[in-house]
Design a protein around this ligand. Sequence first.
Ligand code: ARG
Length: 459
Amino acid sequence: NTEKLSSARFAEATDAFVEEFTASVGFDQRMARQDIRGSLAHAAMLCKIGILTEQELADIQRGLAQIGGEIERGEFVWSIKQEDVHMNIEARLTDLIGIAGKKLHTGRSRNDQVATDIRLYLRDDIAAILVQLERLQTALLDKAEQEADTIMPGFTHLQVAQPVTFGHHLMAWFEMLCRDRERLRDCLKRINVMPLGAAALAGTSYPIDRHMTAELLGFFRPSNNSLDSVSDRDFAIEFAAAGSLIMMHLSRFSEELVLWASAQFDFIDIPDAFCTGSSIMPQKKNPDVPELVRGKSGRVAGHLMSLLMLMKSQPLAYNKDNQEDKEPLFDTADTLINCLRAFADMMPHVKAKRENMYNSAKRGFATATDLADYLVRKGMAFRDAHEVVGLAVRLGLESGRDLSELTLNELQGFSSSIGAEVFDILKLEGSVASRNHIGGTAPEQVRKAIAAARGQVGA
Ligand code: ARG
């Protein structure tokens, strides 16, 4: 297990530091399961085309099964002398079964092997990410159902704008995650194409059956061009881009949760189990989970940049640069799974402080636009109505009252067309109920949106 790779060509041993510097086994051993899976399919194909005997195939299958077990039990001895996961497994296979192990690499190169392994690996991780995404979406739907009638201020510029329902706000997050899922599924279409058979870069002179291998590995089809297959990592960049968007969304949710949990907003309670205290200030309960998720969005965006920069100057075909794709990719997937899981676990326990939300909407003149729309319905031009309501808001500000707290007399001072029914629309309930169209914030619409969305998750 200790001989230098392709040692016959070299007169000198590798410098000890270079050996460490160039090895990837420390991190690519995570793809061991995928590597074994790829080798099993490759071996079955080699047997079918007559390069391996049935006995050799059986030996390879037995050897790889044993290696899989050793790895799972933590008994496998990884060696940087064998550079990466692929060579470590192959060397051990030869130790175990002899000559048949040496035949496994016929018609294959580590270049198409690694490209295949990463795709298999990402496929598995995307499945795990989708599970967590759906869990979070289900939690949002449940919460939105509970809060369909809860009135809160909607913001623009972080200033109170118009009243909305909390259910509607939660469904906005839900929508973002729908697009995130779509992006992942779309990216999966391009990931799920099989490079195996491209060999080092030019294909191979053996009569390989790439359709057979592709089918065994669950790929849609073999790739079209051998040079492209071993060199491009655009699928990994796409995955990191989709991941960055997910994290950007989670970061926005986080920011809102952090703000809302503050004493200044006091809209929600984040359960103790998802918060931590301060080592010095005894009164503190900090929203660590959303803060950490917000912070982690940065590293995933960073990984996207790393991968783009890694790829951009590489001539065709494979270059060792590509070994650098793994750490950012693995970390992207880990971060996504963990952050989504934390959010999916936390959201069901986030409690809305309904009264505080309501009072905050009331304090901010959130129904000013409703008053302007009312005047328009009475025949006033919108610009004039805007001006008139501005004056009414000023009176409210000066006298410390909401629009609904002004007297009819005072309101009629701004426009004689105002009648007593105006108070219906100045109320927050009337305002939200009136926005009753597809995409609107009315509780009725929110319930419809939730019902329609139920069919999209867990299906
Ligand atoms: N460890 C390498 C990687 O991650 C595997 C491919 C190496 N191929 C080569 N010709 N050196 O990319």
